[in-house]
Design a protein. Structure first.
Length: 197
């Protein structure tokens, strides 16, 4: 990645993170409820049995209401767990699963929760810092999701479907797409679902 693109992405990341952190608790809660309602209507949700979500941090759009819908629909829910500086995996989550804070301060399932292979997930809801309608995405910069789902670059029709979750204010007109960026099926915001062709 050229230095210019890297610094552009870094500046965008900083600005968008500040914007989403500035949202009030009421705005955050409203967005989370809207996303949960819309998620339940998506065919990708209805057709899935194993769904990965996340615990929000740093102003990310929260998925607690969505996780409740996943569990109430008798689907299996998984959360990311950071293994080391470059690797993450997904572990089972249900009501009462003990969560422990990782090195970033984000709660994740402990050792006793069972692991699922990334290829066995049907649907993954992943947090975005920024996005554009052609599927360009900006994450936190750690590359965990890109590495975990790198196999989808060659097997674009393989499971799981990847849907980015973001506040509508995180939308950009354009975003430089890097060769390692994993393709999204769509983006779900408080304003609705955007399908990525």
């Amino acid at each position: 990645m050229c230095q210019d693109t890297a610094s552009t992405r870094q500046a965008l990341r900083k600005r968008l993170r500040q914007q989403r952190r500035a949202l009030s608790l009421q705005q955050q809660d409203s967005a989370a409820q809207k996303v949960a309602q819309q998620l339940a209507k998506l065919a990708q949700f209805q057709d899935s049995h194993t769904i990965a979500a996340y615990i929000a941090s740093d102003g990310e759009l929260g998925l607690q209401a969505s996780i409740e819908r996943i569990l109430n629909a008798n689907k299996r829910c998984y959360l990311p767990r950071v293994i080391d500086a470059s690797t993450m995996e997904f572990r089972a989550y249900q009501q009462g699963t003990e969560l422990v804070n990782n090195r970033f301060g984000i709660p994740e399932p402990g050792d006793e929760a069972s692991v699922i292979s990334a290829t066995d997930l049907d649907l993954v809801l992943l947090p975005l810092v920024g996005f554009c309608r052609n599927g360009g995405r900006l994450g936190m910069g750690g590359g965990f999701y890109d590495r975990c789902f790198a196999f989808k670059a060659e097997q674009t029709n393989s499971r799981p479907e990847l849907i980015g979750i973001a506040h509508s204010l995180q939308e950009l007109d354009e975003l430089p797409v890097e060769s390692w960026d994993i393709p999204l099926s769509g983006i779900l915001t408080d304003q609705g679902y955007i399908s990525v062709s």
